[in-house]
Design a protein. Structure first.
Length: 237
């Protein structure tokens, strides 16, 4: 699997570094909110703290976004649209016949690349989405609203590649894949401590090389009719 092309050419990157564009008030608020929500969670930060970090008046946050809940949704939506657009492009570019690893790569690579090379904003976003996905509070309003279309596209691809699988197992497989992706891209440092430094959660490129085949093998295993999970026997007390 090759690395996708950079979002900007090197010449453009040099121009961007030498001539930084001034950010709009709206973007400054979004950036500050994204960082603080990622650090402290939705309930751990106030709108006043966000505007203070952004260097703007509280009234401007209310003007651009309304209440804190609407600002939170705007933070999620800003990068979700870009992320999902790139996923759809990669889905469309898959060779035919596609492979399971290729399908997983098309879904996961945009997030990995942006978290690895997209700067601190994408790092904050990865941690924020990991929080959001673990709370039923945001399931419908955030996760379903922003990501169901691309998730359904993935499931359709998996059904085509694993025609003998029970579709319920493919949904479970997607569920497991999402959990692995989110904790990996959030770079929590858990594996660093557990492994005594042998593994580094910040080395997303090395993690990714292992994660994709691991997930593909899981899908293949759970999709085999003769080895599909059986209802466990009730343990007698």
């Amino acid at each position: 699997m090759g690395i996708v092309a950079p979002l900007f050419k090197p010449e453009a990157n040099r121009r961007m570094k030498s001539e930084p564009a001034l950010k709009s008030t709206k973007d400054r608020i979004l950036d500050a909110a994204e960082r603080l929500f990622a650090e402290s969670g939705y309930d751990g930060v106030s709108l006043r703290e966000i505007t203070r970090a952004a260097g703007v008046e509280l009234a401007l946050a209310n003007y651009h976004f309304g209440p804190k809940s609407e600002l939170f949704l705007a933070v999620v939506q800003r990068r979700a649209a870009e992320l999902n657009e790139e996923r759809m492009v990669l889905f469309d570019a898959l060779p035919q016949p596609a492979t399971l690893e290729g399908l997983i790569d098309a879904f996961a690579r945009p997030f990995m690349e942006k978290s690895l090379r997209g700067g601190p904003g994408w790092k904050s976003y990865a941690r924020l989405i990991a929080q959001v996905s673990s709370s039923s509070r945001w399931t419908e309003q955030v996760m379903s609203a922003q990501f169901d279309a691309v998730a359904s596209r993935f499931i359709d691809g998996a059904r085509a590649l694993l025609p003998g699988a029970d579709v319920k197992d493919l949904y479970w497989g997607f569920h497991f894949m999402l959990g692995a992706m989110l904790i990996t891209f959030a770079e929590t440092g858990r594996v660093d401590l557990l492994s005594g430094g042998r593994c580094q959660s910040s080395r997303l490129d090395q993690l990714y090389e292992r994660m994709v085949p691991f997930l593909a093998a899981g899908f293949e295993r759970i999709a085999q009719p003769e080895t599909a999970p059986r209802r466990s026997r009730r343990v007698r007390s």
